[in-house]
Write a protein that binds this ligand. Structure first.
Ligand code: ADP
Ligand code: F6P
Length: 324
């Protein structure tokens, strides 16, 4: 049954992602224009349980659309995974008059959001993660900035790899998903892309290809390795020993999570944030805003969490074909 909300809260949870600020701004301004009160909850569910709650108005979100990170800070919180933590969280929302909540984060954060919705707090999720690993959506806030940041960094490593005629293993983030690796692999013209979804651990094949590439006149050899496979440094040592080609590992790390969001991340995050606030205004709950097949849509949280997604096989095949 739709419940009209009067005051909404907004929080960011899990790993931060560039564009989260644009989403916060859109939630706050949309809600205010609909006549709702808005409170910011600092440090995700951890801040909720600590009652780190601030009043927000249109000016609270001035001058943030272009900033990386999240002005609300973010955290991971084990207490909130427990039933007692969730009940305490719902109780604190009620105490502060928060009857609707926007949770910007990934799958873990949405599990928490679903629990709050079941406890009577109208809750809407907005996908925010650089990993692009949320099954119900083709887009998540931060992915575009992360792949652009990684792509530029890999171009730089490529220059020095060419000068020294080296092999480079470059490790990108993505947790257990290979989307950042696949996109950088294609965008940077990598010789090999190692995806957790596809890599069978056959290092000998990798070694054979490096030797073959040398024979075919390639001056460098760029291997994009996904974090979900990891072990880039030891892999580099083994490859150098087996091929005789100097090999270096570079782990890009947290630079991929920061920086000014791209135009795409600002625009998509703004639209998703606005849609989340609109859903709350309409009395909806337990939904995730998503971008699917070219449209903004929303899904039931539990149904969305059951969905599966995989690296598109054709894209992976094309990436291999283009690297030869
Ligand atoms: P992400 O949201 O990016 O997937 P995490 O998996 O770290 O990041 O989840 C963020 C937070 O969401 C966790 O620290 C925890 O507070 C909350 N959370 C995760 N899983 C659950 C769960 N099953 N039930 C309730 N809350 C959860
Ligand atoms: O989910 C985003 C992400 O950067 C992943 O790519 C990575 O596995 C993880 O977060 C790192 O988390 P933490 O910030 O806890 O080190």
């Amino acid at each position: 049954m739709a419940k009209q909300v009067k005051t909404i809260g907004v929080l960011t949870s899990g790993g931060d992602a560039p564009g989260m600020n644009a989403a916060i701004r859109a939630v706050v301004r949309t809600a205010i224009q609909k006549g709702l009160g808005v409170k910011g909850i600092m440090r995700g569910y951890a801040g909720l349980l600590q009652e780190e709650i601030i009043d927000m108005n249109s000016r609270s979100v001035s001058d943030i659309i272009h900033r990386g990170g999240t002005i609300l800070y973010t955290a991971r919180c084990m207490e909130f995974v427990t039933a007692e933590g969730q009940e305490k969280g719902a109780e604190i929302c009620r105490k502060h008059g928060i009857d609707g909540l926007v949770v910007i984060g990934g799958d873990g954060s949405f599990r928490g959001a679903g629990k709050l919705a079941a406890l009577g707090i109208n809750t809407i999720g907005v996908p925010g993660t650089i990993d692009l690993d949320i099954a119900c959506t083709d887009y998540s806030i931060g992915f575009d900035t992360a792949v652009n940041t990684a792509m530029e960094a890999i171009d730089k490593v490529r220059d020095t790899s060419t000068s020294h005629e080296r092999c480079s293993i470059i490790e990108v983030m993505g947790r257990n998903a290979g989307y950042i690796a696949l996109w950088c692999g294609i965008a940077n013209g990598a010789e090999d892309i190692l995806l957790p979804e596809r890599y069978d651990g056959d290092e000998q094949q990798l070694i054979n290809r490096i030797i073959d590439n040398r024979k075919r006149g390639k001056k460098h050899n760029i291997i994009i390795n996904a974090e979900g496979i990891g072990h880039s440094t030891s892999m580099a040592r083994r490859i150098e020993a087996a091929t005789g080609v100097e090999t270096r590992a570079t782990i890009l790390g947290y630079m991929q999570r920061g920086g000014m969001p791209t135009c795409k991340d600002r625009v998509y995050a703004s639209i998703m944030g606005a849609k989340a606030a609109e859903l709350l205004y309409e009395g909806r709950s337990n939904r995730i805003v998503a971008y699917k097949n070219g449209e903004y849509v929303d899904f039931d949280i539990q149904e969305a969490l059951q969905m599966k997604k995989d690296i598109p096989e054709d894209q992976f095949e094309i990436s291999k074909m283009l690297s030869r």
